[in-house]
Design a protein around this ligand. Sequence first.
Ligand code: A3D
Length: 308
Amino acid sequence: MRKKIALIGGGNIGGVLAEQAAYRELGDVVLFDVVEGLPQGKALDMAEGAPLVGADSKISGANSYKEIAGADVVIITAGLARKPGMSRDDLLKTNLSIMKQVAEGVRDNAPDAFVIVISNPLDAMVYTFKEVSGFPKSRVVGMAGILDSTRLRAFVAWELDVSVKDVTALVLGGHGDTMVPLVRYCTVAGVPIEQLISPERIDEIVERTKGAGGEVVGLLKTGSAFVSPALSALEMAEAFLRDKKRVFACACLCEGEYGIDGLYVGVPCVMGAGGVERILEVELNADERKLFDASVDHVKELVSQLEI
Ligand code: A3D
């Protein structure tokens, strides 16, 4: 029997998620949105294209949570996206009330699902989902570090004209301006980039990574990045569905790890059939620790504004 993947939010990211999840045959896909016709129309178009890629996964659209019953994986993108001049934190109030509704709908209809949250401000929204749903921490995770790391990988590969496949990177902390790209842990086939790129260029690449989401928003003007976020979340979904034990930076609930008590923050974790199976504690030097702590403080401040 095929796995079932429910996507809550049928906008830009939801559309790419549906297309890629179905065409890669990760499972049957249900695309849910509050707008009538939108998820059904997108699903029909994709389903009609499936013969061209030889994919047998079913794709359907829905406006009722009943349709997500039995989902193995739920990926949430419901909520507003940024426009130029907005920070992710500006979305807090609106997306909080949306996330509360979504968490209730998922809790009541897909109680055993592994849940990946993408809606912004990410660290606060994944915390909200966990609080409202009461799901175990291993089954509630936020997608952010993997995207931030992917962007850093792209910039390094372009700089050195090497394959993106050979660049690994790790970006920790909250998903916002305070994120912490760990230069020491960024390598090309195991070679630290500090041996390959000048310190000045590395600083520029780090700054570009931190502002990468905003760079896309500034160009698009009508919304935010949607292809790379969708592909990042699918890496996570696939790691769970295929028990890959992948290692990614994700927003995980830290309870003691890195000295953090009860907050979702971007940290490296092992992802497999058990969801977030464990958090890896990497060594941070004094400078990295200072930046990481500042990022954690920012997440704490954001979460303190939540009225759940
Ligand atoms: P968009 O294309 O606007 O899609 C959002 C969808 O959510 C729309 O189709 C809405 O109709 C739908 N929606 C609104 N309210 C509800 C509700 N109560 N229940 C179900 N669906 C609802 O946005 P998008 O797909 O570009 O982005 C979605 C979210 O992801 C935004 O909050 C972005 O800020 C966020 N985002 C996060 C990242 C990360 O790396 C964490 C990256 C890019 C975007």
